[in-house]
Design a protein around this ligand. Structure first.
Ligand code: SF4
Ligand code: SF4
Length: 201
């Protein structure tokens, strides 16, 4: 992602969505909705001073709710561009400005509540459709107790807990009491069991 952000021939549009395409191969016009981030991404140094004063606390999506973030935040470590953004639906200071603590804390003056979503048109020769994927909903497998026991985790939640950059700096703890577990059970769906045994045969 960093390389893409720095590449002289790639224009990276984050917080953006393609809303329409017309044209033909070699000559497409893509209509793109660029959402307002309310922080000037070219000026923001990602110093974090704004986050320290923001009073609004929300579960951090990147840590799957295992940690919290503020209404002004960086979506994840090493995000590109390296700039903060405001979730305007969570912010207290929008229309009328009733908070603005982040504005006072930002020496760079790069927070701007007058930004708005804008639609732009890009002329491109080809389009690669890369849809990504959705995370499996673990509540569909309730026989494993995900909705009943807080210490039952998905593999992604487990990854955040053992990640050195995660909410516990890599220390594996039980979410309920923050103590180290004495033992851990891993559930492997039957269709993968055969595959794993094949690796060891
Ligand atoms: S918005 Fe301002 S205070 Fe917040 S991280 Fe960017 S430069 Fe720092
Ligand atoms: S204005 Fe919004 S983003 Fe800024 S500190 Fe207040 S609540 Fe947080």
């Amino acid at each position: 992602m960093m390389d893409v952000g720095r590449h002289p021939r790639i224009k990276l549009l984050t917080m953006s969505e393609v809303v329409g395409v017309k044209g033909y191969v070699g000559n497409f016009q893509a209509r793109i909705l660029k959402k307002a981030r309310y922080v000037d991404e070219k000026e923001c140094t990602a110093c974090g001073e704004c986050t320290r004063v923001c009073p609004v606390v929300w579960p951090d999506e990147f840590d799957l709710g295992l940690s919290s973030r503020r209404a002004i935040f960086s979506p994840f470590p090493q995000a590109v561009p390296s700039a903060y953004l405001i979730n305007i639906n969570e912010c207290l200071g929008h229309n009328p400005v009733v908070c603005a603590k982040c504005v006072e804390a930002c020496d760079k003056g790069c927070i701007n509540f007058h930004m708005s979503d804008e639609e732009i048109v890009e002329e491109v020769g080809s389009i690669i459709v890369a849809t990504g994927l959705e995370v499996y909903d673990p509540t569909e497998l309730d026989e494993y107790g995900y909705t009943r026991f807080e210490n039952v985790l998905t593999s992604l939640e487990f990854e955040r807990l053992v990640n050195a950059g995660g909410p516990t700096n890599g220390e594996l703890i039980r979410p309920t009491d923050r103590k180290r577990p004495r033992s851990i059970g891993f559930y492997l769906p039957p269709k993968y069991k055969a595959w794993v045994s094949g690796l060891h045969s």
